[in-house]
Design a protein around this ligand. Structure first.
Ligand SMILES: [Zn+2]
Length: 440
């Protein structure tokens, strides 16, 4: 099956950052050719033509830190700081999740993500029901790297989330064996110790070794909030990133969400080890955590991606919004030219691809890469009359301007409608499941 997307303007994000008026030929899920009038060339099989005249075509947006399991708690955990938010709202909710509720939560999240142009995610699952998250991602057609959250230590953990160390690691290993590389590589596993305070030192040490043995990513939260950092320092005797370094939890295969509160030494450690940082601006603002100094991280040589985090700390899972905020938030500290629109879009495409270890597969529109593509309509009043495509995407357009979305060349959004999930049914199920769970 071939697909030609014709007549659009490609914001390629290739090495030259070319913006091209060109067609895209997709063959077997990959971008096969980019050039003029490809629909005139000889077909080798069934060919579908998608007319993108007047449209912008972006690489699929990447969110390298989300929690599909938390979506049902949207709007039910407001106005709290991180540790109180976790202990009084998020953890009791996650402990109450059963398979049906998890399925509802992940489904509504995947629908929102795909509809908004996010084609790839790195998901920190909950302690239990990770298989259900994978099943939903498989059906939805999103590119997903998913990890079960490890939690074998810490205060105020509900019984439903507290794990025994060995069982936690064994479950992670089994999930990795079951899912890593499935669906032609679209689904992958990541080992996800939740954060320093929810994990024993033994678990942290072993999970790093296990991930390397299984050739899977590592994903965690770090240095999000000042109180969290103070507790890590008081109980572990070191700053969070230094502590992780000593446990073998930094490296090119590691993506850490937040990293808001870092010492200069920690920033240098992240750079030296090639550890990726996932900037979650809405979440950091809503929980009052602070503002990640992305410019200093980039200047130090750290790769930075963006992510919406979970619905109860955002409440949108919107890559356009996070990219816009990433561009704006650096300006009060570093000046108005600190994060131009193009740089911000790099975080949401190339930066995300690197954080997932998929920079050879996604993140730009180039021949040979996977056909993860987003067609955006720049023609409505709120984006008129912008010419610069980066300025349009980052500052003027929003997710409701997404028209079509493709993952591995498969169309998962057509004219604003997700093709793989039934929105009305998914939303109704989300509503009924959160009422059934009866968590407040
Ligand atoms: Zn998170």
């Amino acid at each position: 099956m071939e697909l030609v997307i014709r007549g659009g303007t490609l914001v390629t994000m290739n090495a030259e950052r070319e913006v091209l008026a060109a067609d895209v030929l997709v063959r077997d899920g990959r971008i096969s050719l980019i050039g003029p009038e490809l629909d005139e060339t000889t077909s080798i099989g069934d060919r579908e033509i998608v007319d993108a005249s007047g449209m912008l075509i972006l690489p699929g947006l990447v969110q390298a830190h989300v929690h599909l399991c938390q979506t049902l708690l949207r709007g039910r955990a407001d106005d709290l700081p991180l540790l109180g938010w976790l202990k009084t709202r998020v953890w009791p909710y996650e402990a109450a999740l059963d398979e049906a509720a998890m399925r509802a939560s992940a489904s509504v999240a995947c629908l929102e993500l795909l509809r908004g142009g996010t084609t790839a995610i790195l998901d920190m699952g909950s302690v239990r029901h990770t298989d259900v998250i994978f099943e939903v991602a498989r059906t939805a057609g999103i590119r997903a790297t998913i990890g079960k959250a490890h939690m074998d230590a810490g205060d105020d953990l509900p019984a439903g989330l507290r794990e025994k160390t060995e069982a936690s690691l064994a479950e992670g290993e089994a999930l990795c064996e079951r899912w890593h590389g499935s669906e032609g590589g679209r689904l992958r596993y990541a080992f996800a110790p939740r954060f320093a305070l929810s994990c024993s030192e033994g678990l942290l040490r072993e999970v790093g070794q296990l991930a390397r043995r299984m050739k899977a990513r590592l994903h965690s939260h770090a240095s999000e909030n000042r109180d969290e950092c103070a507790v890590v320092k008081a109980t572990r005797g070191q700053d969070n990133i230094v502590y992780f370094d000593g446990l073998g939890l930094l490296g090119r295969d590691v993506a850490l969400a937040h990293c808001v509160w870092l010492s200069a030494e920690e920033r240098a450690l992240l750079a030296r080890t090639g550890t990726h940082v996932v900037h979650c601006p809405s979440s950091n603002l809503k929980l009052g955590s602070g503002v990640c100094d992305v410019v200093s991280l980039l200047e130090a040589g750290v790769n930075v991606a963006v992510g919406a985090d979970g619905a109860p700390c955002n409440d949108s899972l919107d890559a356009f919004l996070e990219t816009r905020l990433a561009a704006l938030l650096q300006r009060p500290g570093h000046g108005s030219s600190a994060m131009p629109a193009r740089r911000a879009l790099e975080l949401a495409t190339l930066g995300g691809a690197k954080a997932l270890g998929l920079e050879k597969e996604i993140g730009s529109i180039e021949a040979g890469k996977r056909a993860d593509l987003v067609i955006v309509d720049p023609g409505r009043a709120h984006a008129a009359p912008v010419d610069d495509p980066y300025a349009a995407v980052v500052f003027a357009l929003n997710r409701s301007d997404v028209r079509d979305v493709f993952v591995d060349g498969r169309q998962v959004v057509r004219n604003g409608i997700v093709t793989t999930l039934d929105e009305a049914a998914v939303v109704a199920d989300a509503r009924s499941q959160i009422h059934r769970l009866d968590v407040h």
